[in-house]
Design a protein around this ligand. Structure first.
Ligand code: SME
Length: 171
């Protein structure tokens, strides 16, 4: 049978995370360029991230709704569905409008444990025109998993999402 797959695949050849992010981002840009549905795009982005980075234990989006962060597309174990604005790492990132890197989650006051094995975390706010639309949250089962490299490239990734959907979702 003549079968042609239209499924897009992500191909990563590097082993260093900086190089992996540099390979991944243009592929994500291309992946979302052909689809205008926001949820479909951020769902695929979580899959692309989780399959690229073995140190990610959980990756997903929380989206602002009535002053709460509500669980969106993710990859990983079942997670908390609602986080109050200003609470936990996610709520704090949303409130302070800045990326937060937590090398040891046990040392972050008010950290919310959705998965008791989680040890470090990074949260990137989704900001457009100084308004918070949600966060991108990544967890790891190792301490100190996230650094400036994750921050720089995940912030670039969030910018790609905002650019793509700024006329429909972020306005
Ligand atoms: N640890 C987060 C909660 C979300 S889960 O990690 C998926 C927090 O403190 O906000």
């Amino acid at each position: 049978m003549d079968f042609k797959s239209t499924m897009e695949n992500i191909t990563i050849n590097s082993t260093q995370k900086k190089e992996q992010y540099k390979e991944l981002l243009p592929q994500i840009e291309s992946l979302i360029s052909t689809e205008n549905n926001f949820v479909a795009n951020i769902a695929n982005i979580t899959a692309a991230l989780k399959s690229t980075f073995s140190y990610y234990s959980w990756v997903g989006f929380y989206l602002m709704e009535n002053n709460e962060l509500v669980l969106g597309p993710f990859q990983g174990n079942i997670a908390c569905t609602r986080i109050a604005f200003g609470k936990g790492v996610c709520g704090t990132s949303a409130k302070e409008k800045k990326t937060i890197i937590v090398p040891d989650v046990h040392k972050f006051p008010g950290h919310i444990f959705c998965d008791g094995n989680s040890k470090s975390e990074i949260v990137i706010p989704i900001l457009y025109n100084n308004k918070v639309y949600g966060v991108l949250d990544v967890d790891s089962y190792e301490f100190n998993s996230f650094d400036e490299i994750d921050m720089v490239y995940l912030e670039q990734l969030v910018s790609l999402i905002i650019q793509k959907h700024k006329d429909t979702i972020f306005r």
